[in-house]
Write a protein that binds this ligand. Sequence first.
Ligand code: ZN
Length: 97
Amino acid sequence: MWKWISKKKLKEKKHKCPCCGYITIADDQGFPCFGDICPVCFWEIDSLSGPDEPSDSNHGLTLFQAQQNYQAFGACDKKSLKFVRAPKPEELSTINN
Ligand SMILES: [Zn+2]
């Protein structure tokens, strides 16, 4: 049972979204996949050095603003609201990270 679970996890290794905190980001050789878009908050993974740096991939939005927006209305910005979905149980950040 445990063997099966760990095998499955290894195969589907994912990273924590820096915006919403769910485990939704694809893996690229051990790092969050650059350019991947979180399906829960629609934040696009960017090579930001800090939360206050405007992200070109996210229309100049900073990670800090995106986090605030996700807390306020459930997406990194209002335009992305129609694209997002609710997180799945396995995307909760308690086990993988
Ligand atoms: Zn997210």
